[in-house]
Design a protein around this ligand. Structure first.
Ligand SMILES: [Ca+2]
Ligand SMILES: [Ca+2]
Ligand SMILES: [Ca+2]
Length: 176
C-alpha cells in the first residue's frame, strides 16, 4: 500500500507544476450568415473546372472539363453514357448519384442515354444562369447560392414558427 502511494506521488506532478486545465464549452455554431451561403453540386463542379487558377471558370474551361469528366466514364469513346454510368459520373464529380442535374433533364432526346453534346448543352445553360454579370466567366461569388433556411453544424435549423417541423426532424432521424 505504501509502495503504491509512493508510486502515485512520483507519477503525479507537484501541484505548482501542474498545467492549468481549462474546460471550455463547445463553441456556438456560426450565426446564420455563413450557413446560408452554400454551393450547389454543379457549382462545386464548375469551380473545380478553373484550369488556370484565377478562381474564375470560363466557358472554354468548363467545356474542356465536362469533356474530360465524360471521357473518364466513356472508355469506349461512344459519346454516350447510359443512366447507370451517368450516376457514376455524378457520384464522382457532383458528390452524389442523385445530385442535379438528373439524367432525365440532360437527356433531351429521351433515348435513355446522355450524350456528350447533351451534357455540354446542359452545362452551357447552367453557365448562362450562373454568370450573373454576363462577363463570360464564373466567379466564386456567382457560384454561391443563398439558402433561405438557416443551418448550424448539425444541418438545417427548423423554423420554430413552422408547424410540424418537429415531426420532420424525428422522421429524418428514423430514416437513418
Ligand atoms: Ca480560370
Ligand atoms: Ca440522349
Ligand atoms: Ca461572371
Amino acid at each position: 500500500m505504501l509502495f503504491l502511494a509512493l508510486l502515485l506521488q512520483a507519477a503525479a506532478p507537484a501541484p505548482q507544476d501542474a498545467p492549468e486545465i481549462r474546460v471550455t464549452a463547445p463553441g456556438k455554431a456560426f450565426g446564420q450568415t455563413p450557413a446560408t451561403l452554400v454551393v450547389e453540386p454543379v457549382g462545386m463542379f464548375l469551380a473545380a473546372c478553373d484550369a488556370d487558377g484565377d478562381a474564375e471558370t470560363t466557358r472554354t474551361e468548363m467545356q474542356d472539363c465536362v469533356a474530360r469528366s465524360f471521357a473518364a466514364f466513356d472508355p469506349g469513346k461512344t459519346g454516350q453514357l447510359r443512366y447507370f454510368p451517368f450516376a457514376d459520373w455524378a457520384e464522382r464529380y457532383l458528390g452524389d448519384r442523385n445530385a442535379l442535374p438528373s439524367p432525365f433533364d440532360v437527356d433531351r432526346d429521351g433515348d435513355n442515354q446522355v450524350s456528350l453534346d447533351e451534357l455540354q448543352a446542359h452545362f452551357s445553360r447552367l453557365f448562362t444562369r450562373f454568370d450573373r454579370n454576363k462577363d463570360g466567366a464564373l466567379s466564386r461569388a456567382e457560384l454561391l447560392t443563398i439558402r433561405t433556411t438557416a443551418a448550424d453544424a448539425n444541418g438545417p435549423v427548423p423554423d420554430p414558427a413552422a408547424p410540424g417541423r418537429r415531426g420532420d426532424r424525428k422522421e429524418r432521424r428514423d430514416r437513418r
